[in-house]
Design a protein around this ligand. Sequence first.
Ligand SMILES: Nc1ncnc2c1ncn2[C@@H]1O[C@H](COP(=O)(O)OP(=O)(O)O)[C@@H](O)[C@H]1O
Ligand SMILES: [Mg+2]
Length: 238
Amino acid sequence: MPVSFVLRVSNLNRGFGSGIARLEVLQGIDMEIQPGELVALMGPSGCGKSTLLNIIGGLLEADSGSISLTEFNYGIAHPKKLVDLRRRGVGWIFQDFHLLNHLSALDNVALALELSGLESSTAEEEARTALERVGLSDRVSFKPDELSGGQRQRVAIARAIAGSRPLVLADEPTGNLDIKSGEDILELFKELCHGEDAISILMVTHDPVLASKADRMLLLRDGKVAASSIKEAWGGQA
Ligand SMILES: Nc1ncnc2c1ncn2[C@@H]1O[C@H](COP(=O)(O)OP(=O)(O)O)[C@@H](O)[C@H]1O
Ligand SMILES: [Mg+2]
């Protein structure tokens, strides 16, 4: 059976600064994600996890290397040219939700779709569907400050998956949540990856318990992806 990948990263390199202050952050990253996979990315603070996500998400260019995400091929292409990738290729989820406080849950999701070019009645329809998928059908008209932390993160997840983007990038999505809400978000990620209309999720986390619930774990260390299984990461034999 041919193996298909939603994302393939090949020999990606990225550093910052010049001369003696030069810092090589990513030094030959190779990784692949299959459709429907939930992948946890771990590694010490400052090792380049956000840098890697930013390049995959088309917000930052690499120094060398390449990325394929469905029909998009990029990496060293200037991010300004990647408008379509950012609109249709990837959805983002951040630790601090990044919701607009004066807008309802529905409008937060719909606005993002309208900005990506959808006509408003279609945007609203797709926003409702996305909010339903994250279990918030009964909260669509609530504003962020009327929702719990876990519910706010669900709105952000609805916004990321709305418009059928194949890959969601989640940078420490449970960092601001209590343990129970964090576990609930992980369960939701699993449903979204393993259910109908499966998406793939690449999630940065510092929590080994949450990471162990993903389909696979990658450890970023010394600029490379050092392990692809929990066992290897913890020093055992795979
Ligand atoms: N725009 C930038 N300019 C200079 N250095 C940067 C920039 N972005 C990140 N870095 C440096 O790159 C390294 C990796 O950062 P980051 O990707 O945010 O790490 P992580 O998300 O794993 O904590 C850090 O040392 C950080 O200071
Ligand atoms: Mg980071």
